[in-house]
Design a protein around this ligand. Structure first.
Ligand SMILES: CC(C)(COP(=O)(O)OP(=O)(O)OC[C@H]1O[C@@H](n2cnc3c(N)ncnc32)[C@H](O)[C@@H]1OP(=O)(O)O)[C@@H](O)C(=O)NCCC(=O)NCCS
Length: 175
């Protein structure tokens, strides 16, 4: 029996272990190993995760009675935009930052379960749309499309060290 729960700083080691496990497979044919390590450090170091939580990113686990099999995080969109730009972004616009299901549990409906929980939580807080970035070579695009997300645009984001994130920005309207 799987359940969804909101988690905080005490769950950071589990988030890091799940991220390493899912990334090493999901991005094996997409990112060079050095870029994968760079990005894991950038987005999943203990300091980075604490900062995200302090900035209001909500983390959740998909878990059974024994352990977590996946995690996700989301927040209002203005939290991750520079202040001068955020003025134009209403607080009812959300971003899904992370969604990862353990490789041995993928394709069993857990991603959909997590999305349903996230959408319900965001709607309950007055959210009207969810945006996300997904690598243009990631099979997860089909999962998001099936859920109702639409591709808004391409984005090539410079993340330093000569690396880029070659993404689609996708959006789901909750209205
Ligand atoms: C993408 C991911 C979150 C989807 O979660 P999941 O538990 O595997 O997906 P579900 O079993 O809930 O699938 C829901 C629906 O999407 C479809 N789907 C899921 N992954 C798919 C894929 N790669 N290609 C096509 N369809 C897919 C399923 O067939 C299912 O359709 P159905 O309801 O008609 O049967 C998960 O596979 C994952 O973590 N992948 C690796 C990490 C990743 O890329 N995360 C996204 C980062 S942006």
């Amino acid at each position: 029996m799987f359940s969804l729960k909101k988690v905080a700083e005490e769950s950071i080691p589990t988030i890091q272990a799940l991220a390493e496990k899912t990334w090493s497979i999901a991005y094996a044919s997409i990112l060079p190993p050095a870029q994968m390590s760079y990005m894991l450090e950038m987005f999943y170091s203990t300091n980075a995760l604490i900062k995200q939580m302090q900035q209001g990113h909500q983390f959740i686990f998909v878990a059974d009675e024994e352990k977590a099999h996946g995690f996700a995080s989301y927040s209002t969109k203005d939290l991750m935009i520079r202040k001068e730009v955020a003025i134009h972004k209403p607080a009812n616009h959300y971003r899904l930052h992370k969604l990862y299901i353990s490789p041995d549990q993928q394709g069993k409906g857990l991603g959909q379960l997590a999305m349903n929980f996230i959408v319900a939580d965001i709607k309950a807080n007055g959210g009207t749309e969810i945006e996300l970035n997904v690598n243009r070579s990631n099979k997860a695009i089909e999962f998001y499309s099936k859920y109702g997300f639409q591709i808004l645009r391409h984005e090539d984001n410079d993340i330093g060290n000569g690396y880029f994130m070659n993404d689609y920005v996708m959006q789901l309207s909750l209205k």
